[in-house]
Design a protein around this ligand. Structure first.
Ligand SMILES: [Zn+2]
Length: 416
């Protein structure tokens, strides 16, 4: 039976995939096609990209336009993190929906089903299958078809946890269950990158760990890949850049008289790491251009998008976001010599931003350069593609291999 197996190494930059750091990924590249111009979505945040990988659609289409979003639950706009398990129900209560388009789990539910093992935040796992068409197993929570509660897979949110989850993914999912779509989302190297200098020994160790787990999955599948039954895709969701400086947009807009108070619901600022999305209440819509002017005049901000301009970066101008600010990024290296430095943001909620460590969420060159490898299903050994590809191409490529309809997606099935 035809099957698709996907392994995500969260946050691994394309330019850090090489013989020294990732010998297993290089082996997988030799067994298939290495996509050399792969790109991410905006914001380059994990939960947003999980929904894009799951649906084949840009954030403006699937509707999860950030790792934090503003919702009105009856008391005006308030910013919520998408990470905790309870966010999905808040989104449903505020909008009457989860994602606006079907996931791979929904598309395969009657033809072999989907099993997802996810070790990033709960939200990143949930938004791969928010309506419970298949199984989604996380260390903190897990759901089966119909969103029934099933036992979680207790493990660490670290390299050891990824290793443990990979072992169970191989033993239970690949060897026994063999669903049509199996996806393993490792939290590394992203989890480590957020707290260390890019290129430091701790960072390289985390990359090697993620690489080793991808290699274990590959070794288990090699026979079925060679037969043509299994399409094996290994990718990252986004890259990382170094935080050079942190800018709190809440302070800036309060000082400018354009937001009334910290956490006020007139102007809701959702921090995305190296970008921020701003939602205006009806009473504050007329402040849009004044806010955009203040942001454009701040030398630490690299780009400001308002109104229809936000469609250019893959968001929905009618989806609730009024203004997008992107951190100014440069090629300046980290303390350990890895290029790419950007400004990070805080907003109505305060997220983990560490100066000198990795972050993402913006439009910088390196955070927008994840990697992608495809083996089996006609992807020729030792082949390479320089065509521009995107995270949204993974789902249509998977559906084509399974002979299922890939219609309604923004991405395209990649040529083998
Ligand atoms: Zn991250």
């Amino acid at each position: 039976m035809k099957r698709v197996v996907i392994v995500i190494c969260d946050g691994l930059r394309a330019d850090m995939v090489n013989e020294e750091n990732t010998p297993n990924l290089m082996r997988i590249a030799m067994a298939g096609m290495y996509f050399k111009a792969h790109g991410g979505v905006f914001p380059s945040t994990t939960r947003t990209t999980a929904a894009s990988i799951g649906t084949g659609c840009l954030p403006g289409r699937h509707g999860l336009e950030g790792n934090a979003v503003a919702l009105d639950l009856g008391e005006g706009l308030q910013v919520f993190s998408v990470g905790p398990p309870g966010f999905r129900d808040k989104l449903h209560a505020a909008t009457g929906r989860t994602l606006k388009v079907p996931t791979m789990s929904e598309r395969v539910k009657d033809v072999g089903g989907a099993v997802i093992y996810a070790n990033a935040s709960p939200g990143a796992g949930i938004f791969l299958d928010p309506d419970g068409h298949g199984h989604m197993i996380h260390r903190d929570m897990a759901t089966g078809p119909g969103r029934t509660t099933i036992p979680p897979h207790a493990c660490g949110h670290d390299t050891a946890g990824d290793a443990e989850m990979t072992k169970r993914f191989i033993d239970d999912v690949l060897v026994k269950q063999k669903p049509a779509m199996a996806l393993l989302w490792q939290c590394e190297p992203d989890n480590t990158q957020h707290g260390v200098s890019m290129g430091s020994p701790a960072h390289i160790d985390a990359i090697r760990s993620a690489d080793a787990q991808a290699g274990r999955v590959f070794d288990n599948l090699q026979h079925d890949i060679d037969k043509g039954d299994v399409l094996f895709m290994v990718a990252s969701d986004h890259g990382h850049e170094t935080i050079g400086e942190i800018v709190d947009l809440e302070d800036i807009l309060i000082d400018a008289g354009l937001k009334s108070a910290p956490g006020s619901n007139d102007v809701a600022i959702a921090p995305q790491g190296l970008s921020a999305t701003i939602f205006l209440s009806n009473d504050a819509k007329d402040r849009r251009d004044a806010i955009a002017d203040v942001l454009r005049n701040d030398s630490r901000i690299g780009g400001v998008y308002v109104g229809d301009e936000i469609a250019e970066i893959g968001l929905d101008p009618k989806g609730g976001i009024d203004i997008v600010a992107v951190g100014k990024d440069t090629d300046e290296p980290s303390d350990d010599g890895v290029p790419g430095t950007s400004v990070a943001f805080q907003g109505d909620i305060k997220i983990s931003n560490n100066v000198g460590c990795g972050q993402h969420g913006g439009l910088g060159k390196y955070e927008q350069s994840p990697f992608l490898l495809c083996a089996g299903a006609g992807f020729q050994a030792s082949s390479e593609s320089k065509d521009k590809t995107s995270a949204i191409d993974i789902a249509p490529t998977a559906m084509r291999h399974l002979d299922l309809n890939e219609g309604g997606m923004d991405g395209r099935a990649l040529q083998s």
